[in-house]
Design a protein around this ligand. Structure first.
Ligand code: ZN
Length: 198
């Protein structure tokens, strides 16, 4: 990473984003030591101007932010960090320092889609997903139909765990079907957004 530490008195702003939800969690400052410690320890560490020392987020609260990736902006004077927070980020107890809720896990769908794509492109013998792709489109489509019937059956009952299990099965096989057809979930979103405009 090519960072210009001299521009602002050896400190650069670091913006931390939740790796899963994309929510902006907080902003701090890093010097070269804070950056090195973040990379070494895997826990996001800043230079605290009030404490005048390195400060690993979570060192007192236990709510560390696990480093996922780092990127530098176009002119080398700002860092974007993606992280997994272990708890609420703000000292006020809020999920983020901008008082936004950060409870949604739907961002995991994109990670799951990436895994499904990888199982298609790099199949291995032990992967259930790869075995679906190997059986072909008819089998995958049939599987979606079966899972749809199963969720209908559970919908008539009152067992939350069984219903959620079938809902997960249906969503998973639906994503596999899209991948088998070489369509992106974004293309489905475009259809929905177009309908919403009307
Ligand atoms: Zn805060």
């Amino acid at each position: 990473m090519n960072i210009d530490f001299n521009k602002m008195n050896h400190l650069v702003p670091a913006i931390v984003q939740d790796a899963l939800s994309g929510k902006v969690l907080m902003q701090g400052f890093m010097n070269e030591e804070a950056l090195a410690k973040t990379q070494e320890s895997g826990m996001v560490t800043f230079f605290s101007r009030s404490k005048n020392r390195l400060w690993t987020k979570g060192e007192t609260s236990g709510n560390f932010m696990e480093l996922v990736s780092m990127a530098v902006d176009c002119d080398g004077d700002s860092i974007l960090i993606k992280a997994n927070p272990r708890g609420p980020v703000c000292h006020t107890g809020a999920d983020t320092c901008f008082f936004e809720e950060n409870a949604s896990k739907t961002g995991f769908i994109d990670q799951l889609r990436a895994i499904i794509k990888d199982r298609k492109n790099n199949p291995n013998d032990t992967s259930y997903t790869a075995s679906l792709f190997a059986k072909g489109i008819n089998k995958i489509a049939q599987k979606v139909g079966e899972e749809a019937v199963e969720i209908v059956i559970e919908a008539k009952d009152d067992n939350k765990a069984l219903f959620l299990g079938e809902a997960a099965d249906l969503l998973f096989h639906y994503l596999v079907l899209l991948e088998a057809k070489n369509y992106e979930l974004d293309e489905v979103m475009e259809v929905l957004m177009e309908r919403h405009k009307k």
